[in-house]
Design a binder for this molecule. Structure first.
Ligand code: SF4
Length: 229
């Protein structure tokens, strides 16, 4: 790829067994985001500047190829970055799998990389039902999110959907509504609900979230609803 001056990547986690299902991977954390979720755990990544060029990340990946099955592109919101497609092409040339973590705000990007067979897995955040989306994400991107969700449910790419649950922001009715959105698109995969981690630095200071505000097994008979942490 052409040598660039931009530094889109904030930092690299060299190795993870947790972030790419059943694969060894590293995580590239992309700086910047087009949302400002109240509970965001990565304020320094969202508000900070990148420090690593694509060429430097590729040099790192070449040195780790024997240890890694894949690369997780996370952030921040990786799909915002110019030249990301060229970068993914270079990663694929190394024989590595590519997973995208996204808030779903860029369906055109997803459509392109799915059609060109450039990515192998997607983790899609489902932030909130329509009525609460703006308040929780400080963005008007619900429609783009639903376009991404629609796209993913109509292609063969493996993907997962996940929601962060904070008891002051969402309730069981919201979760039920989100499950219905997924069921209406005939999504039959896993829906991960992650409890907000209290006492963690977040973009906006929030009160502690309370546990046991919903019964996961009662939410759906069609989806596999999995509660994490
Ligand atoms: S949690 Fe929200 S603000 Fe933070 S990186 Fe994800 S989409 Fe962006």
């Amino acid at each position: 790829m052409k040598a660039g001056v931009a530094k889109p990547i904030y930092s690299i986690s060299p190795f993870t067994l947790l972030d790419y299902p059943d694969k060894t991977a590293c995580i590239l954390w992309f700086a910047g985001c087009n949302m400002r979720c109240l509970y965001c755990y990565n304020p320094s990544i969202v508000l900070g500047k990148g420090k690593i060029r694509f060429e430097e990340a590729l040099t790192f990946l070449r040195s780790r190829m024997k240890l890694l099955d894949g690369v997780v592109l996370s952030g921040g919101e990786c799909t915002m970055h110019k030249n990301l497609i060229d970068f993914i092409i270079e990663i694929k040339k190394l024989g590595l799998l590519v997973k995208i973590d996204t808030n779903g705000s860029n369906p055109d990007f997803l459509k392109h990389v799915i059609n060109e067979d450039l990515i192998d897995y997607v983790a899609l955040d489902f932030k909130a039902p329509k009525a609460k989306f703006q308040n929780i994400t400080h963005s008007d991107l619900y429609k783009d999110f639903t376009s991404s969700l629609n796209l993913l449910t109509h292609c063969h790419l493996p993907f997962e959907v996940r929601t962060t649950f904070h008891s002051s922001l969402l309730d069981s009715k919201d979760l039920q509504e989100m499950v219905h959105v997924l069921e209406n698109l005939n999504y039959t995969g896993s829906y991960f609900i992650q409890h907000y981690m209290n006492d963690t630095e977040t973009l906006t200071k929030l009160e502690n979230s309370e546990r046991a505000q919903f019964n996961a097994s009662a939410l759906s008979t069609k989806l596999k609803v999995v509660v994490r942490n």
